[in-house]
Design a binder for this molecule. Structure first.
Ligand SMILES: [Zn+2]
Length: 318
């Protein structure tokens, strides 16, 4: 037992020695600015948030995503590569407000090495309530659909990264400032594009009611067949409710829209039933893959505005 104690003592000293040499090595590296070190590993829960995190993180922070572009963040299940990536991760940025029902599996893995940040909940931005379905009345998670909501996300991301890497805080805040400018410009571009759509035509009917924040920002009325994608979708009751709404709505909506991560069967059925044209896809819960029209957040928002502009008679009014 005593031998064992000596052995662990020696081993402890050895560990301490290697730890000190590692520290010395890292100190030498940081003394030479030519060697950029990646000292922080970050995961974002979905592709839209990944894009926002990358705008602040810069090249020295390793940023990866849990739910890849093209997949639905609401209905994801952690994969073995996700679990391996989580084991090496320092920070997980997730949207929260129920967007990722699977996040409790990540929370179960959290320890001193892993910080979880619920971005929408921490963001300085007034939440809206989910307008329909099983989760009606709870905070609507789709806050990024207003560029000013995305700006509030940028601030949470910059604060978190600065806390973890104080020596790079100035760089994080400088990039956050740039992102704010880009998003302010984007907001203006969207406003001008959408201004072409007559006010009587500003009705956004989608599968998921994910356009609440967008509607508040750009003076639309938004309705979905269901509230959030992870609830039972397109039940007979929800379809009947939407069908009734469309039958009574005056003026008649010019278009129904489907989203990139949702099969368009429900909107297609409503379109055939009502004779209202079907348009899309709109991007909400995911960016497109690299060959698509929504490879980053501004491209996604501009693409959505273009689809709406074409489908809701923007061109005719101009
Ligand atoms: Zn959604």
């Amino acid at each position: 037992m005593f031998d064992g104690f000596l052995y662990s003592l020696e081993r402890g000293m050895y560990k301490r020695f290697t730890w000190l040499s590692t520290l010395l090595f890292v100190a030498l590296l940081s003394a030479a600015p030519a060697y950029a070190t990646t000292s922080l590993r970050v995961l974002a829960s979905f592709s839209v948030l990944e894009d926002l995190v990358k705008r602040v993180a810069g090249d020295n922070v390793n940023v990866k995503v849990i739910v890849p572009a093209g997949e639905d963040v609401h209905r994801w299940e952690l994969t073995p590569p996700n679990v391996l990536a989580l084991e090496e991760t320092n920070i997980v940025f997730y949207n929260g407000f129920g967007l990722e029902p699977w996040i409790h599996h990540v929370q179960a893995m959290a320890d001193d090495q892993l910080t979880l940040v619920e971005v929408a909940k921490k963001a300085d931005f007034t939440p809206l309530a989910i307008s329909t379905g099983l989760y009606e009345g709870e905070p609507d998670p789709h806050m990024w659909m207003d560029p000013r909501g995305a700006m509030a996300y940028i601030d949470v991301i910059a604060d978190t990264l600065a806390e973890h890497l104080p020596e790079q805080a100035d760089a994080f805040y400088a990039r956050a400032e740039e992102a704010h400018k880009a998003l302010t410009d984007l907001n203006q571009v969207l406003k001008e594009r959408l201004d072409g759509i007559p006010h009587t035509n500003r009705t956004l009917i989608t599968s998921e009611a994910g356009f609440g924040y967008f509607a508040r920002a750009y003076a639309f009325e938004a309705q979905g067949v269901w509230g959030v994608n992870h609830e039972t979708q397109g039940s007979a009751q929800a379809m009947a409710k939407m069908s009734e709404y469309l039958g009574e709505k005056r003026p008649r909506p010019s278009a129904l829209f489907y989203e990139s991560t949702t099969a368009n069967i429900h909107m297609d059925a409503l379109s055939r039933e009502t004779g209202i044209a079907l348009a899309g896809p709109l991007y909400v819960d995911s960016l497109s893959r690299s060959d698509g029209p929504a490879v980053n957040y501004p491209a996604m928002m501009r693409h959505n505005a273009d689809v709406m502009h074409a489908a809701l008679g923007g061109a005719r009014a101009e």
